[in-house]
Design a protein around this ligand. Sequence first.
Ligand SMILES: *Cc1c(COP(=O)(O)O)cnc(C)c1O
Length: 482
Amino acid sequence: MGLRTRRPRPGGRKLRAVQFDDEEFRRAGARAVDLAARVLAEQAADPVLPARTGEEVRAQLAGPLPRAGCSLDEVLDDVATRLLPHDRRNGHPRFFGYVCASADPVGALADLIASASNQNVTAWRSAPGAVELERLVLAWLDEMVGFGGGGGGLLVSGGSMGNAVGLACALGRRPDRERQCVYLSTEAHLSVRKAARLYGVRPEHVRTVGVDRRRRMRPGELASLVEVDRARGRVPACVVATAGTASTGAIDPLEEIADLAAAAGLWLHVDGAYGAPAALLGTHGFLREGFARADSLSLDPHKWLFAPLDVGCVLVRDLRRARECFAEDEAYTRVEEQGERERFAFFDLGPELSRRARALKLWMILRVRGADAIAAVLRRNVALRRHLDRRVAADPALEALGSGLSISCFRYRPAGVGEQDLDAINRGLLEELVASGRFLLSPTEVGGCYALRVCIVNFRTRREDVDALVDEVRRLGHARGT
Ligand SMILES: *Cc1c(COP(=O)(O)O)cnc(C)c1O
């Protein structure tokens, strides 16, 4: 039977009010794309972050619940004039804050299409195309970083959820949660502790391992803690190593940790939310060997693969562990398809049931750009970080505090100023930099010192942007009379 196009029923104005016809959508879409194009064109314009109070922003947006609709044009105007002017430009070449990447516009287009199609990527039978696409993209990501698990895993909202899934698999469904221990370094991401708490790991069983001078986990200390815990009757369950810490870009010694994990029967979860894509670089090929030994790995395509928010990924080598943790048997979700591919359900592998088609933006970005071009951007980001390190090293008024991958931390330290004043000086300096609207950095603490932290996950940033930042730090520092 062929498809028939039905004439729209006359319906009332109320029903028409929640639909677009084809022509209306095209016209409205063109306006929305125009607006999006303007946003992209203005990414490099100052201010990076406009100076606003919460009250000012709220006042622009506040209003009662709309009972009757208005035209889309009117709403788009408000988006342009009342909303966007308050937003931070995360794609600005001098935006160096957090680990927040510039976003590939191909991803924005993909998200539009994904929303139009509104696939619910729960299980194959609900979204055959979107499920197969996600499985393909997972295999690509796996190949890209050398995990070697054939792409078992799933896309999630981000690194926090990736770590939460990895940790769930690590802890398993066991009756002795009260005794299980998780090991992580002082530099591990907060999301690991958060997940451990949610799963009921006792706070004193989340064991913090010290780091070396380069902020990398000390494997010897890990081994001693595991031994002590065993002797006390605790159950060492999981070690979380980080490939690219959010604070300084440090990479834990993955192979040594993998050896210890194997010897002690620990699950090895690697948090590569930020750093995993560096495995594409010849200089970081060693990451692949580490990842190949992990039981699970999280990586965030919305960070250093330049996908728009939100999309994270967690790869799991033995999916039986994920199923053991997440699969439930309910009549209303039971899969009755026969073939193995057709029986596949993502909701058996993670906490979410309804999920948008996050794979589409990755598939489109990877196809349009190609992994080699993305690797070239990563290489350039790392080269810029090295350039920054060299400028800091060459400047007697600046002190390096640690760097790795595309993150560099330093502080202004003029001669004759005591340690006790440096935190306040640098805090003031950072506030002034951000208030200028020309740069944005976020602070961190390295070895107890307040640090200016520069993170370059940006395809727009160039050498002159990094130079301008260093010059400005010097100028502001000098002007403060220190
Ligand atoms: C950003 C980050 C996370 C958290 O990822 P979200 O996507 O923000 O949830 C976890 N670990 C590391 C190392 C990160 O850099």
